[in-house]
Ligand binder design. Sequence first.
Ligand code: WTA
Length: 675
Amino acid sequence: MDKKVYVPDPSVSRKSHISSMKQYEDMYKHSIDNPEEFWGEIAKQFHWETEPSKFLSYNFDITKGPISIKWMEGATTNICYNLLDRNVKNGHGDKIAFYWEGNDPEDYSRLTYKKLLEEVCRFANVLKSKGVSKGDRVAIYMPMILEVVIAMLACSRIGAVHTIVFAGFSADSFAERMLDAKCKVLITTDGVWRGPKLICLKEICDAAMERCKNLGHEVKNCIIVEHLPRLSVSQNRNGTTKENGDTSPEKNKIPWTEGRDFWWHEEMEDASTSCYPVWVGAEDPLFMLYTSGSTGKPKGVLHTVAGYLLYAATTFKYVFDYRPGDVYWCTADVGWITGHTYVVYGPLANGATSVLFEGTPFYPGNSRYWEVVDKYRVNKFYTAPTALRALMKFGDGPVKKHSLSTLQVLGSVGEPINPEAWLWYYVVIGHEKCSIVDTYWQTETGGHLLTPLPGCTPMKPGSATFPFFGVVPVLLDENGKEIRGPGEGYLAFKRPWPGIMRTLFGNHERFETTYFKKFPGCYCTGDGARRDEDGYFWITGRVDDMLNVSGHLLSTAEVEATLSAHPNVAEAAVVSHGHPIKGECLYCFVTPNEGVKFSKELTDELKKKVREKIGPFATPEVIQHAPGLPKTRSGKIMRRILRKVAQNDRNIGDISTLADEGIIEVLFQNRIEIK
Ligand code: WTA
């Protein structure tokens, strides 16, 4: 499968911005030879209140001093102005910015650019009335509804820094992030339906705010969108029980703290629809977003205004080959970086029309995605391999009922796409005429780094192919020596592109050690990659103690810490294990305390604990009894051996440093097969 190359269909190439590899190579060369000119040209389409004094300055080499990256220093602008006011001024005020499609197919609405601008201004005024000003952090814990976009852009309009936490994180994880960011205000909703399940977000927020307060930080205000009562009656009435057994979500019946909590609609009522944008510096913070760190403590990745705008806009335009008139749909949640760059900032910077989807691929049936594609005549579709694999399970039937004839570009993100899923996407969804863009990137990189371009790049299933403009990938061996030509090594990048993060919030030193220390002069991704004879890149997966469950990055250390915190647990070790749908899953080894029986009750409790502490997506697949763990004589857990046990691979290699060999056989005997 590795060998076959899929040439873009002429129906896509004919119209695409970049239609040949020659054109790509010329533009790529220009972007590398003269980044100032390349990005400077792109910057011209946007509004700069003042022009930059220097276009690019950076130090990527830690041996020469602190790492710093600055694009368009000295310029001032406002990203919200560029996304909304500029498009309205250019005559796109009546164009649809978002079609909103609710969890229930009966719930849908739409918002034009003009209306979006008005709502954003109103909410920016609300934020101001709550004392939010430039540089303040605002926490957002919301489902995929129009107000989440309004909230984000209202922050950026007044120079406040949004910190979105995916509304699937537990109260504890959420609190940890709000505490680190010292968020002043929190924006949420009463609740949300996810498929047939009701989740009371405000209750989780209350628990998180309470926890912050106990730890010395008070979130001053909480603004709540009243979402549930406006949903279609059927959805509220057919009320499958929510987790705590309560059924009907009644208006206003949510926990409330007078003086701290405010209804969104009440605050918006008298707010003015005009709000002058705050002109901020090119390198002022735009948002922060937490991502897992291998030590277990989440990292507050910080992105800044100008570079992020240029990169989000440009990658969106070329990678999805955006053209006016397109309807674009990215299924990612705004709680992740994909939702930031490719649901909100990238599409709006291009004046695009997008679908904003609240639901899941499986509700009310397994053809929901394809229904939505046909309903809005989606041309460009962007989703994750884990969703594709989960849908493939149901066969081609649910797809075949839909035409999908409008599709032209199909994107994939978040994890390596296995060739089977790629082919299914290509053949069954794309009818062998769409270009597939397998986009490799990270929260830290702000936008795509390695990706095919539609109508241009010949595709190989499972390969993220070649670098985007301005991006210089290298493969390095353990000693930092560059591997040229075909080979495999650490994937790193040699110079900054505009969208790269600038620091980790409040911890520049951790930023430098995590990404720039191992290979001085390079940004180190933590991923491994292979380059084949044709120069194509293939991501081989994480090289650190991180794993990717259904596209969510998790650290094994974080889960280990949660398991070990249980009073009956002596020790725990967690490794990643392949999973047919999730890509990877958590395989945990737990040693109970002396005298404690390893029982189903204990494993159930542990799973529950991880769900509560981190979030449901982190639930361990397997918890295996480990009377002892394989350790080196110096006491380090040898996770390499645990991975072999999980895989039932007896070929465990060198164990000369192991303190007690006997434990290995016991672990193999206790092994649990993943269903
Ligand atoms: C993985 C998501 C292979 C990778 C945008 C990376 C991928 C991590 C791909 C970042 C891809 C993302 N092929 N692996 N196309 N896209 N990854 O920060 O391990 O949530 O380091 O950003 O996902 O995950 P993050």
